[in-house]
Design a protein around this ligand. Structure first.
Ligand code: ZN
Ligand code: FE
Length: 242
């Protein structure tokens, strides 16, 4: 029985932090560490104690809080094997196909290179939740900083194969600008048009548009819907120049 609780909170200018908690064991993980103070505040609000940090990739807006959180909580830090040389705070490294246990649940590691070469995502199959870092966003995908379009397409295709009901937590609130771009690509997509309206309403109230689901992204995310690496590359380039 999945019994993990998930708590998302905004931090920095447009990042999301997420805490994962098992009320029985008391274990609590932070997905990335964008801002140590924001993570500490969220922990206090929930009255949870940090035991783990699960790191998706080396970028500063996902790692800068690790050192401070480690010294405050002596927590165990798990992150990408292929970026171990860039993140000096890792206690344990993981790569594609690895599994580990957190809070009594098996966590699957999925490598999704493209945004960075060593990016890993964390799949909680029992809870039906995946943490996609800066690979898959609501209505978007990460910029290709270190890899190439073929690589990013393969990474997104792996995530697309997860069960449709899988809940997707991603690293940033970029959804509204992604929606605007997406509507220019697929103006006749009714699901996308409806979703764009919902997103505008949520953002007008200052509410998050994340998490999303794999099923919703398959219906509305123009990057996932590209169909092949060549079409994907065209759309990614258009977005970079938008
Ligand atoms: Zn990043
Ligand atoms: Fe980021």
């Amino acid at each position: 029985m999945a019994e993990l609780e998930f708590h998302q909170f905004p931090c920095l200018s447009d990042n999301y932090g997420v805490l994962i908690h098992n009320p029985k064991t008391g274990e609590t993980a932070s997905i990335d560490a964008p801002d140590a103070n924001a993570v500490k505040k969220a922990l206090k609000e929930k009255d949870w104690k940090l035991t783990h940090i699960l790191v998706t990739h080396h970028h500063w807006d996902h790692t800068q809080g690790i050192g401070e959180l480690k010294s405050s909580y002596n927590c165990h830090v798990i992150g990408p094997k292929d970026e171990a040389s860039k993140i000096d705070t890792l206690d344990e490294t993981k790569t594609d196909g690895d599994y580990f246990t957190f809070g009594g649940e098996t966590v699957g590691v999925i490598s999704t290179p493209g945004h960075t070469l060593g990016m890993i995502n964390f799949y909680f199959a029992e809870s039906g939740v995946v943490f996609t870092g800066d690979t898959l966003f609501a209505l978007g995908c990460g910029r290709i900083f270190e890899g190439d379009a073929d690589m990013m397409w393969r990474s997104l295709s792996k995530l697309a194969k997860l069960p449709a009901e899988t809940i997707v937590y991603c690293g940033h609130e970029y959804t509204q600008s992604n929606a605007k771009f997406s509507l220019a690509i697929e103006p006749d997509n009714k699901a996308l048009t409806a979703r764009a309206k919902e997103i505008d309403a949520l953002r007008a109230q200052g509410k998050p548009t994340v998490p999303t689901t794999i099923g919703l992204e398959l219906e509305t995310n123009v990057f996932l819907r590209a169909g092949n690496a060549t079409e994907f590359a065209k759309i990614r380039t258009a977005k970079d120049n938008a």
